[in-house]
Write a protein that binds this ligand. Structure first.
Ligand code: GLN
Length: 475
C-alpha cells in the first residue's frame, strides 16, 4: 500500500476501495517490522484495530466521516492519551498512565483520526538526537549509524518510515523542525498559543508548542486546523480566529514573494553542502519570480545563550513536581522523606535532565538572577522586536534548518554545548513565538536530507505552509 497523502487515502476510504481496518493493519505490520528501531514506546495494537472497525461500521451505516476520517497517527510520548502510558521517555514516568486526554488529542479523535501508538523522544523533550531517551536510540531512516534528530525523533522516523501518516511532536526550541529536517519530512511549529498545551507535559511553558510532522504541507495544514483554537483549559491558548489554512495556502504565489535572507543564517561555519542546497533552492525561487532580500537579524548564537537560560529556568520549576510522592517512579531505597525525594529523582531522571535542572536552579538563584535570567529576558525582547521589524518588510525569513546534515550516533553526546548548537537556526523562532517549519529541499552527496527553515509572522501558518509547498522537493 503506497500512501503519500491523506487526500489520496481519504478518497480510497470513502469510496470503500479500502477499509480503515486494512489501513491500520498495514501500518501495524510495518511498526512490528521496525520493532528494533525503538520508534514507538507504546503500540496500540488492539485499540487501533477496534477503533478502525468502529469507523468502518460508521461509514457503512451512513455516518458522516470526520475531517480526519481514518488518518493513522502517532503521538509523541509527552502528550497525554487517557489510559495510555505517557513516559516522556523517562524512568521517572516510565509506568505512569495518563488519567486524561490532551485537548489536541480529543480534537483529533473527534474528527475520526486513529492513534497507532506513542513515539520515542529525548527525555522530557531535552535533546536534539533522541539519544537521551530511557527507551533506546532511534536510527535515522537514511543511515542507521546516524541520529533522526530530536527531541521528536520517534515521530519523525515514524512518518519517514511509513509507520504513521502524520505524527504529533512538541517543539520548544526546534524539536519538531530539526528532526523533520533530518528525516526528509515537513515539520511545523505553530505560533505560540495556537494549539492548546493542555495535556502536553511541560518542559518550558513559555516556549512549548505542539507541532505536526507529515509527508507534505497539505496534511500539516489539515491537522493544524483541527487542533488549533482557544481552549478553556489552557490560559495561554490564543483567541485568534482559526484560518482556513488550505485557502490561505492557495493565495500564495511565487510572483513577487519577498523572501528575507539573513546573513546570520549563513555563517562561515555552515556546512558547505547544506548551504549550497538551500541557496540553490532560493535562487530557483528567484528565477520563478520571487525577490530575495538580504536582511539583518541578531546573531543566532545570542538566541542559543538566552534560550538555555530561560528554558532551564522554566524546566527546573516544571520538573519539581516529579518527586516520587505524587506520581511516577519512587525509589525502593527511600529512608526518610528527603531521602525519598533525592533517591527518586536521582534514579528517575537521566543526565541531561539533571544538568538542566541544576542549570535552571542556578540561573534563578538570588545572587545570579539579574546577571542571567533577567538579561536573557531582555535578549528575548530584542529578538522579538527585530523579527517583527524584519517581517514588516518581507513575507518570510528563510535559511537552513540545521547547520549540518544528520550526525552520527554518539558524535555529540560527550559535549552538551555542541549538541545545543544543533538548534542554532530553529531556536530564534521559539524565542519570538512566531510560526516556523522545516521543509525538505534536497539530499546531500551522502544521500542525507537537507531542510529549509522558514519563519512567518504571528498566526500566518497558512501563508507559511503555502510558501513551503512552493519549495518542497518532489518525492
Ligand atoms: N534541542 C533543544 C533542547 O534540547 C530543543 C528541544 C525542544 O524543542 N523540545 O532544548
Amino acid at each position: 500500500m503506497q500512501l503519500s497523502s491523506y487526500d489520496d487515502l481519504r478518497s480510497r476510504l470513502l469510496s470503500q476501495a479500502v477499509t480503515c481496518e486494512e489501513v491500520v493493519r498495514h501500518y501495524l505490520d510495518r511498526i512490528d517490522h521496525h520493532k528494533e528501531d525503538n520508534i514507538y514506546i507504546t503500540v496500540f495494537h488492539e485499540q487501533a484495530v477496534e477503533r478502525a472497525r468502529a469507523l468502518d461500521r460508521k461509514l457503512r451505516e451512513g455516518g458522516e466521516p470526520g475531517r480526519l476520517f481514518g488518518m493513522p497517527m502517532a503521538i509523541k510520548d509527552n502528550i497525554a492519551i487517557k489510559g495510555a502510558r505517557v513516559t516522556c521517555a523517562s524512568i521517572i514516568l516510565g509506568e505512569y498512565e495518563s488519567v486524561y486526554d490532551a485537548t489536541a488529542v480529543l480534537r483529533l479523535e473527534s474528527e475520526d483520526a486513529i492513534f497507532l501508538g506513542k513515539t520515542n523522544m529525548d527525555e522530557f523533550a531535552m535533546g536534539s538526537s533522541n539519544e537521551t531517551s530511557a527507551f533506546g536510540k532511534v536510527p535515522n531512516p537514511f543511515d542507521r549509524n546516524r541520529v533522526p534528530g530530536g527531541s521528536s525523533g520517534g515521530s519523525a522516523a515514524a512518518v519517514a518510515n511509513g509507520l504513521a501518516m502524520v505524527a504529533l511532536g512538541s517543539d520548544t526550541g526546534g524539536s519538531v523542525r530539526q528532526p523533520a529536517g533530518f528525516c526528509d519530512i515537513v515539520g511545523l511549529k505553530p505560533t505560540y498559543g495556537r494549539i492548546s498545551r493542555y495535556g502536553l507535559v511541560a518542559f518550558a511553558s513559555s516556549f512549548d508548542q505542539i507541532g505536526v510532522l507529515s509527508l507534505n504541507c497539505d496534511d500539516a495544514a489539515l491537522v493544524l486546523e483541527v487542533m488549533a483554537g482557544k481552549d478553556g483549559l489552557d490560559a495561554t491558548s490564543s483567541r485568534h480566529a482559526v484560518d482556513d489554512y488550505a485557502a490561505r495556502m492557495g493565495e500564495v504565489s511565487v510572483e513577487g514573494l519577498k523572501i528575507g535572507v539573513p546573513k546570520a543564517f549563513f555563517p562561515e561555519s555552515l556546512n558547505a553542502e547544506v548551504s549550497g542546497i538551500v541557496k540553490g533552492k532560493l535562487n530557483e525561487l528567484r528565477e520563478r519570480g520571487a525577490e530575495l532580500v538580504e536582511i539583518e537579524l541578531p546573531e543566532s548564537d545570542y538566541a542559543i545563550a538566552a534560550y538555555y537560560i530561560l528554558v532551564t529556568a522554566e524546566a527546573s520549576s516544571n520538573l519539581a513536581r516529579f518527586d516520587g510522592a505524587r506520581y511516577g517512579y519512587r525509589s525502593a531505597s527511600s529512608g526518610d522523606l528527603s531521602a525519598m525525594y533525592v533517591n527518586s529523582r536521582t534514579e528517575g531522571f537521566g543526565r541531561e535532565v539533571k544538568r538542566r535542572i541544576m542549570l535552571g536552579t542556578y540561573v534563578l538563584s538570588a545572587g545570579y538572577y539579574d546577571t542571567y535570567y533577567k538579561k536573557a529576558q531582555q535578549v528575548r525582547r530584542v529578538f522579538q522586536d527585530r523579527y517583527r521589524e524584519a517581517l514588516a518588510k518581507v513575507d518570510v525569513i528563510a535559511g537552513p534548518t540545521s547547520p549540518f546534515p544528520p550526525f552520527g550516533i554518539g558524535d555529540k553526546t560527550g559535549d552538551p554545548l555542541e549538541m545545543y548548537l544543533a538548534d542554532v537556526f530553529t531556536v530564534p523562532a521559539s524565542i519570538v513565538g512566531m510560526p516556523a517549519l522545516s521543509v525538505p529541499v534536497g539530499m546531500d552527496s551522502l544521500n542525507l536530507p537537507v531542510g529549509m527553515h522558514l519563519i512567518c509572522n504571528f498566526f500566518e501558518e497558512g501563508k507559511l505552509l503555502g510558501i513551503a509547498r512552493l519549495m518542497a522537493r518532489s518525492r
